[in-house]
Design a protein around this ligand. Structure first.
Ligand code: DP6
Length: 358
């Protein structure tokens, strides 16, 4: 399966150049929580790809006798990111040997506010990986389809959820015996969406913009000796299969049931691991209760999901956008730090903005 992703050497590589890629964040409907080395998920997951929350990353490269890299965010050095990028480059070396003939400068920027509690690793690693594979395509002529698969494969080695950001409107990562082409190494695009889910909205309430007390990496680790992990992994497999039927048949009630249960199960896993921890805040719970009352009273199919943090993602069909925004403005905004929320929607994935070679 991975043979097509191996690097096919050819002899002429560009002297220098610059490539800019753009990749969005994504929101999981069935959650990835638990992994084995190296970055192999313990259950499959599916996510909606977003549009407005994205990272734009440029790599400038120049041939050199020794490899080195620089990393900046909007031109400013960020030493705290270096160890994660170093470990990523180390992991991808065998798959992208051409990169190590260069000196590279990586510059990146996010559309969403830094430290908004929205993970930038998914959009960040997927944008960087796509830029790297664009260079590989220039050198070897790898096909477009394989370009995206490989970018997803590399992204996974940086951050698991990043593997799903390459394609829209949705993506599945992780092997499921009943879903063809699914595998643990890279995500595949999922296109078969019912009309109800076209342009589905994700409005993100920024409940707590602080840094998380427990990182996702540690949370994944804690699934190893978790008392409920076996059941959880089984449940995720079932939920994925059911979610795919829902995405095809447009059953919004069932969509709400699976996605909210997934969000609460994710946090239940955190609360029952050893050591246990809580990432929800009071505002998270208050918002959830209000969402439930609003749904009951209005009959509007508004649901929520959560990431590994306190922020609440409101999911709903485009047709109800105004009613939901009014509801946020009147009842939920008090729980948002600095009254901030982000309006996003399902999108089409990553792409190359510019590439030039010398
Ligand atoms: C709760 O992809 O951030 O968002 O692979 O360690 O980088 P690493 O973890 P990460 O985990 C994301 C977990 C999640 C659920 C999901 O996106 O599926």
């Amino acid at each position: 399966m991975l043979d097509q992703l191996k690097y096919q050497p050819i002899h002429s590589i560009p002297e220098s150049g610059e490539i800019t890629a753009k990749s969005p964040s994504n929101i999981a409907l069935v959650k990835y929580w638990g992994k084995k080395p190296i970055q192999i998920p313990t259950n499959p997951s599916i996510s909606f790809t977003l549009t407005n929350c994205f990272t734009k990353t440029s790599i400038s490269f120049k041939k050199s006798n020794s490899f080195s890299f620089n990393f900046t965010v909007k031109g400013v050095a960020k030493p705290s990111f270096i160890p994660k990028i170093e470990s990523f480059l180390d992991r991808i070396k065998k798959w992208c040997p051409f990169l190590f003939y260069y000196q590279i400068d990586i510059d990146t920027e996010n559309t969403f506010p830094h430290s908004s509690g929205i993970a930038s690793s998914a959009s960040g690693f997927s944008a960087l990986s796509l830029a790297i594979v664009e260079l590989e395509q220039k050198i070897t002529g790898i096909t477009n389809e394989n370009k995206y698969l490989k970018a997803s494969f590399l992204s996974r080695l940086g951050s698991g959820s990043a593997s799903r950001s390459l394609y829209g409107p949705a993506a599945i990562w992780g092997h499921h015996k009943n879903i063809s082409s699914t595998n643990d190494h890279y995500a595949i695009a999922y296109h078969d969406l019912h009309e109800n889910f076209k342009n589905y909205q994700d409005t993100i309430l920024l409940i707590d913009k602080g840094t998380k007390k427990v990182s996702s990496t540690v949370g994944h680790e804690l699934m190893h000796n978790h008392p409920f992990s076996k059941e959880r992994f089984l449940q995720a497999h079932n939920n994925l299969e059911n979610m795919i039927s829902v995405l095809q048949n447009g059953d919004l009630d069932k969509f709400i049931e699976i996605s909210e249960s997934e969000a609460l199960t994710l946090h239940a896993m955190m609360m029952t691991s050893k050591p246990y921890f809580i990432l929800m805040k009071q505002g998270t719970l208050s918002a959830i209760e209000l969402i439930w009352s609003f749904r009951k009273e209005s009959n509007i199919p508004l649901s929520f999901t959560l990431d590994a943090g306190a922020n609440v993602h409101l999911l709903y069909p485009l047709a109800y956008k105004q009613q939901v925004l009014d509801f946020i403005g009147s009842e939920l905004i008090v729980y948002c730090e600095n009254q901030q929320y982000i309006c996003d929607e399902v999108g089409s994935g990553a792409n190359i903005i510019r590439a030039s070679y010398a």
